[in-house]
Design a protein around this ligand. Sequence first.
Ligand code: SF4
Length: 167
Amino acid sequence: MTITPTIVSYLHLCHRKLWLHAHHLRMESTSELVAEGKLIGETTYPQRALKWQELDLGIAKIDFFDPKSNTIHEIKKSNKKSFAHNAQVKYYLYLLHKIGIAEPTAIIEYPKLRITKTVDWDTEEDQDLVESWINQADTIIKGTCPDRLQISKCKKCSYFDFCWSGE
Ligand code: SF4
């Protein structure tokens, strides 16, 4: 199974969500995968598509990449899940480093909050970290469907009805 940046993000949010997504039970089409990032980026910064380029990594597309500085611009709606955003971006940097892009960097932007956060790539430390995430995700996918989180953590999840409709 290919470990995508979405899967790495879900590893940090909910192992059950990761498992469901990896087993093609997809509920996100109208929610975070679409809304976060590209949609916000295009509506908040309409000029960006002209300034920076889309980068297709095969297993993932980076919407806004600055090839002059090797910088990813990742745009998010809210910083409530910033640890997952950070992991997703680290994985992008890992993939860029793997294909030989020198010293890649990312800037996570939260335009509604007027906050930006820079994420750098530390070759040795981050390589081990990201590869441990890949191994963890692979183990989860090969196992049985994990338990639900506490319901209080599920309220805004796109899988809420799937996980909790029988309660
Ligand atoms: S509803 Fe809760 S348990 Fe189910 S996938 Fe979402 S976060 Fe995980």
